[in-house]
Design a protein around this ligand. Structure first.
Ligand code: PEP
Ligand code: MG
Length: 549
């Protein structure tokens, strides 16, 4: 049986299913049978509390020792302490003295404390869920049933759940969870975000997964967004092979990006905020190839001040001493509207004021951002490169490069996102220090297909030879003028396309950090001559398959 969902990443896993244990029913409020004394029941409760405490501490230690998510250790320790809280015990004792059952007393005492935490709100309010989780564990222990939430198992398994809450995910033991399959949730659900950031094999929104039984073997294929139940031997072997390749890819982490013959293709990370430096470094990025600076502006009613911006840039640059960090100026407009800069009534926003066009109109915003970048650059040791989005030709490139240099910035370049800049690439290469190709927009504008519109989604592929030819024009101009040409759109994250891009002459690739392993491994399999041969075929359209025509 094959179950379709939305895959996150490219991983493959094979293993037995374990469903997330269902929530417990609320214990009934009937009177306690007379045969059960309050003392005896309190004894039972104390032993359940002690077991839960011990179990949580053991899991905290395992997490600390690297068997689970390390950041889960303090959370699990705090949960363990909740199970030994004297005020809770006193409250349970008095409910037992009032004639309630052990299960009901635990339920009511925890619910009361949860309510108090919720009333305080903020950080304490968020702990109410954690306390609820501890209470459920104690009740499950009293009833002799598995604790609800993420199951425990000695053997690795594929976790099937309706969806995972942040509390569930904090206690996931990644040495045991081979993959996650959720019945609900989409590509932006909490589970998907977690899977992406931690590189967990996952298929989300797989509705029919509810019908899988515990112990049933499945293949979870994230690249295909598919879960195969009861696979045959041949399917299992194929999946195991894919998994081994993924493991081998991981083993190359920490090595620089290069082709088989040693030609260097630096692999960089796309990041959206300074804290994203963590996954970038974890996955072995050699630097940052695209820092989308929009996060500083989104949700604000005006542009942040120079010092506020400089602080954020410093925070990023300090994480990459001596390494390349490419920061993109604000890209407002079209799919990233900013109310204080973007006109709301443009009939075709993608063809309107966006990127550098917006910045030119709001020149103070542009000057302030360059000023902030120059300030952060002067105070840190990273190799800062600065670029503008949505640049149309050499005139706009010249305007931006001059302005950036006048602020003291050393490396100033442009993004290539519209076909006009590709057609003018020979002239652009004379004025810009570098070009970074934004294939998401370059594809949208080359194929005249809105990247946000589902009905034309099939056009949104950089495998289209028209897009590759545009890239080639830029790469050729780069080579002729000794100008670096990177790719920082989604295309760089496709391992096969990454080889083609290297063959076309692209000199660096920047992508979401989790894609780095697979791209690094694929590049290492091909020499430059092989990459060039593949590139020639791709530019000729050999690998492009039009859909529906
Ligand atoms: C691109 O267009 O490829 C790009 C990297 O920029 P964004 O996706 O932020 O528009
Ligand atoms: Mg873009």
């Amino acid at each position: 049986m094959e179950i379709q969902g939305v895959g996150i990443g490219r991983g493959v896993a094979v293993g037995p299913v374990i469903h997330m244990a269902a929530g417990l029913d609320v214990p009934g409020d009937e009177a306690r049978p007379e045969s059960l004394t309050a003392d005896a029941e309190f004894g039972r409760v104390e032993s359940a509390l002690a077991s839960v405490n011990k179990d949580l501490l053991a899991r905290a230690k395992a997490a600390q020792d690297g068997q689970g998510a390390k950041d889960a250790a303090p959370i699990l320790t705090a949960l363990a302490q909740m199970a030994q809280d004297p005020a809770l015990k006193t409250s349970i004792r008095s409910l037992l003295d009032g004639g309630k059952t052990a299960e009901r007393s635990v339920y009511e005492a925890f619910a009361d404390f949860e309510g108090k935490l919720q009333a305080i709100g903020g950080y304490m309010g968020e702990r109410a869920n954690d306390l609820h989780d501890v209470g459920q564990r104690v009740i499950a222990h009293l009833l002799g049933v598995p604790a609800p939430g993420v199951p425990e198992s000695d053997k690795p398994f594929v976790l099937v759940a309706p969806d995972l809450s942040p509390a569930d995910t904090s206690s996931l033991d990644m040495t045991k969870v081979l993959a996650i399959v959720t019945i609900e949730g989409g590509p932006t659900s909490h589970t998907a975000i977690l899977a992406r950031s931690r590189g967990i094999v996952a298929v989300v929104g797989a509705q029919d997964a509810a019908g899988l039984s515990d112990g049933q073997t499945v293949i979870v294929d994230a690249a295909a967004g598919k879960v195969t139940a009861d696979p045959n031997q041949e399917q299992i072997e194929k999946a195991e092979q894919a998994r081994r390749e993924a493991d081998q890819a991981k083993a190359l982490r920490g090595r620089p990006g290069q082709l088989k013959d040693g030609t260097r293709i630096p692999l960089l990370a796309n990041v959206g905020k300074p804290a994203d430096a963590d996954p970038a470094l974890e996955y072995g990025a050699e630097g940052v190839g695209l820092f989308r600076s929009e996060f500083l502006f989104l949700g604000n009613e005006q542009a942040p001040g120079v010092e506020e911006q400089a602080k954020a840039y410093r925070a990023l640059l300090e994480r990459f001493p001596g390494r390349k960090v490419v920061i993109r100026l604000l890209d407002a407009g079209a799919d990233k509207p900013l109310p204080f800069l973007t006109q709301a009534d443009e009939p075709n926003p993608a063809l309107g004021l966006r990127g550098l066009r917006t910045l030119k109109v709001h020149s103070q915003v542009l000057e302030d951002q360059l000023e902030a970048l120059a300030r952060a650059d002067a105070e840190t040791d990273a190799d800062l490169w600065v670029m503008a989005p949505m640049v149309a030709d050499e005139h706009e490139a010249d305007y931006f490069v001059r302005l950036g240099k006048s602020k003291g910035l050393k490396r100033v370049g442009v993004m290539a996102e519209v076909p006009s800049i590709a057609l003018m690439a020979d002239k652009v290469a004379k004025v810009a220090d570098f070009v970074s190709i934004g294939t998401n927009d370059l594809t949208q504008y080359t194929l005249a297909a809105d990247r946000t519109l589902g009905s034309v989604a099939s056009y949104q592929t950089a495998w289209h030879p028209a897009v590759l030819r545009a890239i080639k024009l830029i790469a050729d101009a780069g080579q002729a003028n000794n100008m670096p040409v990177g790719v920082c759109g989604e295309a760089a994250a496709d391992p096969d396309l990454a080889v083609v891009l290297a063959g076309i002459g692209v000199t660096s690739l920047s992508m979401t950090p989790v894609a780095l392993d697979d791209v690094r491994a694929e590049l290492a399999k091909h020499t430059m001559d092989e990459a060039k041969a593949l590139a020639a075929k791709a530019v000729d359209g050999e690998f492009y398959h039009p859909q529906g025509w």
